[in-house]
Design a binder for this molecule. Structure first.
Ligand code: SAH
Ligand code: SF4
Length: 360
């Protein structure tokens, strides 16, 4: 089987290819000019193109399905070489705007949500990805390929800024070496040139791995999927809490290097009659005391067979108002792509159900 060239850093590529500046050229063909084949790399000698063609693939994933939501977000289901499928989402965060003369003021801002594993081991009770179990880690190149494929498919030019969130399928810190390699591959200026401060790793709270990530000091942003403020409830929602409780997560965050202008994001999935009460908001304020935090409230997105329900808007707003009035930054994540089941794992499961329905 051919190797995935996207797995290689420029330095690794330069080890095989002489002279080494060819590695820069190859990178630019792949990540700036979006070529589909080595034969299009016109400034490389013919024999090198042939050698690359014989050894490497440029495209480790294929688009299996795309769903576009009424709010403009687009959800991709990709199939990998072994038949596994993963999902990624393109989220246009801000529409482009023009001044009175029709001059472009700013471009659309994009965030791309990517997967780090096929499935997930963590087993959160509210999460559809968890129901499918765990299959394998993604390689660094398979992580990078999701962003490359989405930029290509949407004609997003090389120099347009995009943000990345590792909030698709999988637990990024359970695949820390490939994820951190992807962080640095993304950042290469001859590559996609996405700086670490534009990349957010979201974790269910593997405290020991948060510490390890902190020591690497990559400059990435961190998001913690907290979802509950006491250990009993959190362990019910997220079994990982039995190994790493809330206190251990908070301690790991206190040591985490955070850019002076940035904050750690705490994601709080609001579920009706589970964690949507003001007493929880009160505990959250206490818990985050002294931490440079930002809270993001997320409406639970129900899926077939889920035991939780979407919270009432008035309760989410009251929760937010309590946090803000007690000095915390707090946003409510607009449920982008609700009509295309944009929460983690939902497109994949839906597609499986549709396929099952066809097969039966
Ligand atoms: N494993 C990592 C990153 C992927 S999950 C983590 O848990 O942080 C990304 C986010 O999707 C998490 O915050 C998770 O809580 C959220 N999510 C999972 N199921 C959801 C659902 N049904 N509705 C809304 N958000 C959901
Ligand atoms: Fe895994 Fe995150 Fe889903 Fe939990 S919420 S099962 S950690 S993907």
């Amino acid at each position: 089987m051919k190797k995935n060239i996207l797995d290689l850093s420029k330095d690794e590529l330069a080890e095989f290819i002489i002279p080494s500046f060819r590695a820069n050229q190859i990178y630019q063909w792949i990540y700036h000019k979006y070529v589909d084949s080595f034969s299009q790399m016109k400034n490389l000698p013919q024999d090198l193109r042939e050698k690359l063609e014989a050894t490497y693939t440029l495209c480790p994933l294929q688009i299996a399905k795309v769903e576009t939501s009424s709010d403009g977000s687009k959800k991709y289901l990709f199939s990998l070489h072994d038949g596994s499928t993963i999902e990624s989402v393109l989220l246009p965060m801000k529409k482009e705007s023009y001044d009175q003369e029709g001059k472009l003021l700013h471009h659309t801002k994009f965030t791309i949500c990517i997967s780090s594993q096929v499935g997930c081991k963590i087993g959160c009770s509210f999460c559809l990805t968890a129901k499918g179990g765990f299959k394998r880690n993604l390689s660094a190149g398979e992580i990078v390929a999701q962003v490359l494929a989405i930029k290509k498919d949407n004609n997003i030019e090389q120099n347009r800024r995009v943000n990345i969130v590792y909030m698709g399928m999988g637990e990024p810190l359970d695949n820390i070496s490939n994820v951190t390699k992807a962080v640095t591959l993304f950042a290469d200026l001859d590559g996609l040139a996405i700086a670490p401060r534009r990349q957010t790793i979201s974790t269910s709270g593997l405290s020991s791995q948060i510490k390890k990530l902190g020591l690497m000091d990559l400059g990435i942003l961190l998001a913690i999927s907290l979802h509950a403020v006491d250990d009993t409830l959190r362990a019910k929602l997220m079994p990982i809490n039995k190994a790493y409780n809330i206190e251990s997560i908070i301690n790991a965050i206190r040591e985490f290097p955070i850019d002076a202008r940035k904050r750690v994001m705490f994601e709080y999935l609001v579920m009706k009659d589970v964690n949507d009460d003001i007493a929880s908001a009160k505990k959250l304020v206490k818990l985050l005391d002294g931490i440079k935090a930002k809270v993001n409230l997320i409406y639970f997105n129900p899926h077939l067979g889920s035991e939780y329900a979407r919270p009432l808007e008035k309760d989410v707003v009251a929760f937010q108002e309590y946090l803000i009035s007690h000095g915390l930054l707090c946003t409510i994540r607009q449920s982008k792509g609700l009509d295309i089941s944009a929460a983690c794992g939902q497109l994949k499961e839906k597609t499986k159900m549709e396929i099952d329905n066809v097969n039966h």
